[in-house]
Design a protein around this ligand. Structure first.
Ligand code: DAH
Length: 339
């Protein structure tokens, strides 16, 4: 083939490719010109027969033809087609995993609490988010003038309906439904307060209530041992102890605030526990006789303890989460870190 014939062949091939208007034709032309047995590779193979002094010019012309044809084919989308189904599956690529969800830290704390208290014979009780004032306040010995009933603290929906401010009303529901002791329940759930949101407050948060009432005498020491077991199990701290500090709640007498041994420094004192070695976790106490009166139980015949703690607070302490809002944003980058 002379240089002139190469130029003619090139022009003809480019015209053919330009005229091709379907993928099959483009593919046919690709095979015809640049396929393994195509005319251009044949020319390249035949180069050895070209006289030595003509070879450089010949080679250059053939390569230019090939480049022009390949460019024209690529423009017609031949690359993708030519690659075909075989190249589309690259078996050497790492596999793609379907996205997998992780358990939300709040769900995990609730599930862990149910498991831990479950081993001690507690079952899980439930109550509605919309409560009546009797269950949320009156039966819990909280009089109408108490500040927690104020419009600025409680979401009132009507005179006889509110968003529960605590899970304690489930105590009342449980005792009313059981009709007689013993009852031994925990009650996880949503609670609502008119709090302005910041790093440690949210208008909607979660609590877990606990209640044990029996006809045999129940003591503060029983409460302490149960909470000490819970502290060890929940915080993964074998050496955890609990400390009671006197406090006041309307529905318990005596009332205490409960501290766990700091799980970070094991009680030595660190930044997390503000050098005290203790972390405040829960409110608790012996059920007030007047609460039993409200559910029709004779306080001379029954006794019990109750406790309540914040799920967010436990999650934040346990997983080192500095801002409560992170628990509600569902940012997968955050949630995956806790997987
Ligand atoms: N309901 C209390 C609160 O929201 C927490 C609490 C304290 C619950 C003492 C109890 C208890 O059952 O005995 O702050």
């Amino acid at each position: 083939m002379t240089l002139e014939e190469i130029e003619q062949g090139k022009a003809a091939s480019l015209a053919e490719i330009a005229a091709a208007d379907d993928a099959a034709t483009v593919e046919k032309l690709r095979v015809k010109y640049v396929g393994r047995n195509g005319s251009i590779p044949a020319l390249i193979k035949g180069m050895k027969d070209v006289p030595k002094d003509e070879r450089p010019a010949f080679g250059k012309a053939v390569q230019a033809w090939r480049a022009a044809v390949e460019a024209a084919l690529a423009e017609k989308g031949a690359g993708a087609k030519a690659a075909g189904p075989v190249a589309a599956v690259d078996a050497t690529l790492p596999g793609r995993w379907p996205a997998q969800g992780v358990e939300h830290p709040l769900s995990r704390v609730i599930a862990d609490a149910a498991r831990i208290f479950g081993k001690l014979g507690f079952t899980v009780a439930d109550g509605p988010d919309i409560e009546n004032p009797f269950n949320n306040f009156t039966a819990l010995n909280t009089p109408p003038h108490h500040p927690s009933q104020d419009r600025s603290d409680t979401f009132w929906l009507a005179a006889d309906a509110l968003l529960r401010t605590q899970t304690s009303p489930v105590q009342i529901r449980t005792m009313v439904a059981a009709k007689k002791p013993p009852v031994r329940v925990i009650c996880p759930g949503r609670t609502y307060r008119r709090d302005t949101t910041d790093a440690t407050h949210s208008a909607n948060f979660h609590q877990i209530e606990g209640l044990y009432v029996d006809t045999k005498p129940v003591s503060l020491a029983d409460l302490k041992s149960v909470l000490a077991y819970f502290a060890k199990e929940m915080m993964g701290n074998d050496g955890a102890g609990v400390r009671f500090r006197p406090h006041f709640f309307p529905f318990t007498e005596p009332s205490v605030e409960v501290d766990f041994t700091c799980h970070v420094c094991k009680g030595k004192g660190c930044n997390v526990c503000k050098q005290s070695g203790w972390i405040e976790i829960a409110g608790a106490g012996m059920v007030d006789p007047r609460v039993f009166g409200h559910v029709g139980w004779n306080p001379d015949e029954v006794s019990g303890y109750a406790f309540g703690f914040g799920v967010e607070r436990i999650a934040m302490i346990k997983y080192g989460i500095p801002d409560i809002r992170w628990l509600y944003e569902n940012d997968l980058r955050f949630l995956r870190q806790l997987a």
